[in-house]
Design a protein around this ligand. Structure first.
Ligand code: SAM
Ligand code: SF4
Length: 351
């Protein structure tokens, strides 16, 4: 049964131990955080121009799309993670559904022994047409980005007039049997910062987990962060004052704070990376579309894995390299000091 508390209880400070990682074939860091969740970017190409991500649209970096991991490389990386305890893989990007072999990739990840959750994060523009195939291939969880319920504002934020296509995609997902869809909303003070009532109305009768994500500063972002960053605290205060209850986290839950309300079918998740203790529950590792391991969204250039993805026989060396890198994972990001690491924008390594 879901456990609830009737007031917000801040997480304990200093909860991380600095004892050495276990030497079993699990991915564990020096702070005893276990990593069972892989976020795998399969392309950094995107067709949207979200103001906070790719405001000028996608610009190729001189590489051809063929330099993204191919299906056999994806299979090898996912096998190695699964053999070390990973049970959940999220396919992301860029826009993952732009890959012509997206459905085949879903199927290949879904059939990997040990993987029981295959998720994607998508801008949703192809969902209405393709979600049936994705489900058939084994996609178990969907996150769709919808920054506004007002089609004009949606267009303004994403650069694309695709609001209705995205909504049709969400409706189609429910029609074919998804029990819940997660919807990501990046909080932007002067754009959607006052839209909480509309979003709450929307999820009253829909099993949507609406996830408000605080804007994160990335390398290419200039004044936008100062202008648009809005903390999730005011939303949390509003929820608590209006009878929403915080779900107690279970062992494998990530950093989102999830609130529920007896009168609402939907839930609210808050992702507040600037709040103290955010990294304590980090449970994910990232591999970029070109095969680099990223220990943190806001870390360094990443650790090259691609040379070890050429043959199945290299799995031992691949696991060793990942475990070696994990020993260097920092206790937290340093975003609060304005240090965004090497990430130019989240499309580059998969948000
Ligand atoms: N294209 C897909 C999409 O938009 O859902 C997947 C990739 S996108 C990088 C993944 C998520 O990161 C999206 O929900 C997006 O809104 C979020 N995101 C992108 N840039 C962000 C930023 N600077 N701060 C917070 N969230 C961001
Ligand atoms: Fe594309 Fe997603 Fe970035 Fe928007 S947030 S530009 S949809 S990758």
């Amino acid at each position: 049964m879901t456990q609830l508390v009737n007031q917000y209880t801040p997480q304990k400070e200093g909860g991380l131990s600095d004892s050495p990682a276990s030497d079993s074939t699990e991915f564990v860091d020096n702070f005893q955080r276990k990593f069972y969740y892989l976020r795998l970017s399969i392309t950094d190409v995107c067709n949207f121009k979200c103001t906070y991500c790719l405001p000028d649209g996608y610009h190729p970096t001189g590489r051809k799309n063929s330099s993204f991991l191919d299906q056999s490389e994806i299979k090898r990386v996912v096998n190695a993670f699964a053999d070390c305890g990973t049970t959940k893989v999220r396919l992301t990007g860029g826009e993952p559904s732009l890959r012509k072999d997206f459905t085949d990739i879903i199927a290949s990840v879904a059939e990997t022994k040990g993987i029981n959750k295959v998720a994607t994060t998508t801008n949703g523009y192809r969902m209405a047409k393709q979600v049936d195939d994705w489900k058939e291939a084994g996609l178990t969880h969907i996150n769709v980005s919808v920054d506004s319920l007002d089609p004009k504002l949606f267009h303004q934020i994403t650069g694309e007039n695709k609001f209705h296509d995205v909504m049709n995609g969400i409706e189609r997902a429910f029609e074919i049997g998804y029990q819940q869809v997660k919807v990501n909303v990046v909080l932007l003070k002067q754009l959607n910062g006052h839209s909480l009532p509309e979003f709450l109305h929307w999820i009253k009768t829909r099993p949507i987990q609406l996830r408000f994500i605080e804007l994160m500063q990335t390398g290419e972002m200039d004044t936008l962060f100062q202008q648009q960053h809005q903390s999730g605290v005011s939303i949390r205060n509003h929820l608590i004052a209006n009878g929403w209850l915080l779900k107690i986290k279970e062992a494998n839950d990530g950093p989102a704070q999830v609130f529920v309300h007896p009168d609402y079918l939907g839930e609210i998740g808050l992702i507040m990376p600037y709040e103290k203790g955010f990294c304590e529950t980090c449970n994910r590792l990232r591999v970029s579309a070109t095969g680099k391991l990223h220990l943190c969204l806001f870390g360094d250039q990443g650790v090259e894995l691609r040379d070890l993805l050429e043959q199945d026989q290299q799995e031992g060396a691949l696991i060793e390299r990942i475990q070696g890198a994990l020993k260097t994972k920092s206790v937290s990001h340093f975003l609060q000091d304005g240090n965004t690491g090497m990430t130019p924008h989240l499309a580059s390594i998969g948000g």
